[in-house]
Design a protein around this ligand. Structure first.
Ligand code: SAM
Length: 266
């Protein structure tokens, strides 16, 4: 079931004023230079961030958890995480500092330097594009990389997963999304960063990658929120990576999560 973006957008716009449509960048395409559009379709900014947050809650995140967000963009998810987590528990890495600063300003009410929520929650941000997570001084409990491996080439996807593994302890859970293809001919074989274009990978590619890094990988699906009358919000697949065998939580199972160790996928 593919999303019908035009229907979603038309419905969203019908609820907004002309000023809101302008300010929220609703008519801009994904990847445009606007804090919402840059990270994806602006008319799904609320639901996409909310759904990632729900995914982490269902996965077992608590307020005392330490969470690293790779490519935190304009805090589509990060604004919810910061509000929820105890001070000093949120880590975000984002090379586009302009988008991040605009996200802080628009989503949290003031620029970072004078922002009360930032002062209260003391998030740590890093500005690098090398997947260098050394600013996280101790292993974290959850890592989320949403819509990152959908843009990374072969070498960069390996770097991403390898460095994710380096900040995991034995019980950490990482969630990395990718765009699945079942056709090996359309599986990306180039290096680089592709944006706003997307790249696709087969399960076999992700399986070999995880295996070679000593990580366990599980193909899962989003909470039911992903299903809209108009189609799916996102067709990206959440991949769970762990160091120890993992099973979905009761919340996830009762909500219909399908769960397949990637080793068993053909
Ligand atoms: C499609 S957006 C997703 C943003 C965020 N994860 C979300 O779901 O809202 C991809 C983000 O990755 C950031 N990015 C690009 N190269 C990166 C890198 N090497 N490491 C971390 N983030 C990167 C981009 O600047 C952009 O904000």
């Amino acid at each position: 079931m593919r999303a019908n973006p035009n229907q979603l957008k038309a419905h969203f716009k019908s609820k907004l004023t002309e000023n809101e449509i302008e300010e929220l960048g609703v008519n801009l395409g994904a990847g445009a230079d606007h804090y919402r559009a840059y990270v994806g379709p602006p008319f799904m900014y609320d639901l996409n961030g909310g759904m990632q947050f729900q995914f982490l809650l269902d996965l077992g995140m608590r307020e005392y958890s330490r969470v690293l967000e790779v490519g935190c963009g304009s805090l589509r998810l990060g604004r919810f995480l910061m509000m929820f987590l105890l001070p000093g528990r949120y880590y975000g890495v984002e090379p586009n500092t302009k988008i991040l600063e605009e996200g802080i300003h628009h989503n949290l009410g003031a620029p970072a330097a004078e922002n009360q929520l930032i002062a209260l929650k003391r998030p740590t941000f890093a500005d690098n594009s090398d997947f260098d997570f050394s600013f996280v001084r101790e292993p974290v409990d959850f890592i989320v990389a949403q819509s990152i491996a959908s843009h990374t080439g072969v070498k960069e996807t390996r770097e991403l997963l390898a460095n994710v593994g380096r900040v995991m302890h034995e019980e950490s859970i990482a969630m990395v999304t990718y765009i699945r293809t079942v056709n090996p001919e359309t599986c990306n074989d180039k290096d680089g960063w592709f944006y706003p274009e997307c790249v696709m990978y087969t399960d076999a590619h992700m399986r070999e990658l995880a295996r070679s890094l000593g990580l366990l990988a599980y193909r899962t699906n989003w909470p039911m929120l992903n299903r809209r009358p108009e189609g799916l919000l996102t067709t990206q697949t959440p991949l769970i990576l762990t160091k120890r065998p993992w099973q979905p939580t009761m919340a996830q199972r009762l909500a219909g999560m399908t769960f397949q160790p990637i080793d068993r996928l053909v």
